[in-house]
Structure formats: C-alpha cells, structure tokens
Ligand binder design. Sequence first.
Ligand code: MN3
Length: 237
Amino acid sequence: MSAPANPHPDRRTVIASSLAGTAALAASRALAQDAPVGGTTPVIELPALPYPLQALEPVISQRTLEFHYGKHHQGYVTTLNDLIKDSDLAGKSLEDIIVAAQADASRAKIFNNAAQIWNHTFYWNSLKPGGSRPEGALLKKIEASFKNLDDCKAALLDAALTQFGSGWAWLVLEGEALKIVKTSNADLPMVHGQKALLTIDVWEHAYYLDHQNQRKAYAQAVIDKLLNWEFAARNAS
Ligand code: MN3
C-alpha cells in the first residue's frame, strides 16, 4: 500500500535549523533593515514544516498536523501580523518581538501569539520521522546532568504529564547544566535565561485527535519514537 499523496508539496522544503541563528532569520533581519522607506514592511511568516504532513504517523497523524500546523500555527502568525502592523514592533525579528512584549503587560496578546509561533516552529524541529539518539558531546552532557539518558527521558515525561493544563515540556541548557522544565500556555525558556534544546507541546490540540485524553500515550511515544536529538545537539553547541 502506497503512502497517501502529500497535499502540500510546497511544504516539503526542509527548514535548515532552529529559529534562532538560522540563515533565514539573518536574511529576514537584513530584509527588515533594508526595507525601503515607504515600502512594504516585512511580515512574520509561517516557516515550512521540516517534513511531509504524514511523516510523523502513527504517533502524530497527518490530520493532526493539518490542524496543528495549518490552522493553529498559521493562526498565531496571522494574528500577530494583525496586532503589530503599524506599531513599533512591525519589521522586528520574532525574538525581538517576544522579548519586547514580555516586558510590557499591556502587550500580553502580542507576547502570546509571538511566543506560540516560536514554540511551534521549535516543536516541529524537535521531532524527526523515525527519531534519533543523542551521541558525543550531548550524550556526555546528559550523563553529567542526569544519571543517564533514561533518567533524562523520564524527567521529560514527568514534566509533560505534570504540566497542569496547556503548556510545554522542555530540555534546556541553563549555564553549563541541562535541565528539564515546563512552561504554561505560551511561556518559553528564552525569557527565563535558558536555552531551549527540545520541546514537547502538551496543549490538548497536539494530541487529542490521535490519543484523545491520553497525554501519557502521546508524550511517551514522542519521547520514544520522534525526538530529534541532532537538533538538540545543534542547539547545545
Ligand atoms: Mn500547539
């Protein structure tokens, strides 16, 4: 039986790396700075998914990604562009928008939408069809900060399960140590002095179509089968 046709071949393009520090981001910054006076201000764009929509099955179905990427992630992008248009934040990088909005309680809606764009792009990159295993310097760091890889994964699962309500479970670098943390709603490590290495979305929309209310079945399968440890290693270096 052949795989279902990908209805979005234009989304097959692989995005090079994480949001932070990519050539694409540098290019978008250069574009922002070089925008001609009176020209069109660049908008925040929805990055391409790094794999086809069906590539994470059976853990995460094509239907979940059609909604989660095509509706939720796209929705945050559309809303943020509406919110910042004609403001001092128009044309700024996503990271700059997140940091500026986080410092201003009157801009909570901007923060929530901007952070959710960043979180979701980071989450797609934290997953890889077929998964991978940590090696080399990252594995050494894991063994220095946790007893071993199994303990690191168990702590990540525990964070995913004990985050009350919507949020995220993360592997982060804080100083020289790796830590597992959880955040609520759109909150994210970069505003807490931590560098994100991997994340798992534990909002219900991430798993309800495939696993209904069983967050543990989803989080355990993601940890066992889909984590992109090469992406984590790039973020840690
Ligand atoms: Mn989500």
